[in-house]
Design a protein around this ligand. Structure first.
Ligand code: HEC
Length: 139
């Protein structure tokens, strides 16, 4: 009985370790680029937070501005995206492009003034965050 329990717990432990194996693709880039990218990332999260705050205060136009400037196609130059993209595998680049495009699409929706469809458009932006994070790591 004790041996059976022991065996069972071995299975359980090895099972949970396996589930936690990191399957994300490692993308190598110079340390300076890593720091730059992580700083961009923190700024992305801050922007999403600000957008949600503005949306919940019915300031859809302001939310549109933040999205376009910080995450949308307009942000590509300020975030040095072309330079960063050179280090990214195809799928990662696609997720990045999808995030920028979705953010610009969200900005348009928010400007139109319908909160429900703006929220829906915003969830496409966060889906792009999730897709990239699920697939890639840089350290
Ligand atoms: C093109 C891929 C990609 C997209 C799109 C993306 N991220 Fe990231 N993000 C990463 C990677 C890669 C890391 C580092 C993960 C690692 O190495 O463990 C990261 C890290 C982060 C971090 C951690 C920063 C730190 O200093 O620890 C935050 C916060 C973050 N992302 C937020 C976001 C948000 C919010 C979005 C969407 C608006 C987003 N990211 C979109 C790839 C992406």
């Amino acid at each position: 009985m004790k041996i059976k329990l022991l065996l069972l717990s071995c299975f359980l432990i090895s099972g949970s370790v396996q589930a936690e194996t990191d399957k994300r693709q490692f993308v190598e880039m110079p340390e300076m680029m890593q720091n730059h990218m992580m700083a961009n990332m923190r700024h992305h999260l801050e922007s999403i937070n600000e957008i949600l705050f503005l949306m919940s205060n019915n300031q859809l136009d302001k939310a549109a501005d933040v999205a376009e400037q910080n995450l949308g196609m307009t942000s590509l130059t300020s975030h040095n995206a072309a330079h960063m993209a050179k280090f990214m595998p195809e799928g990662m680049r696609k997720a990045g492009t999808s995030m920028h495009k979705s953010a610009s699409r969200f900005a348009l929706k928010a400007t139109e003034g319908d909160a429900a469809s703006a929220y829906k458009a915003l969830s496409k932006v966060t889906s792009a965050c999730v897709t990239c994070h699920a697939g890639y790591r840089i350290r």
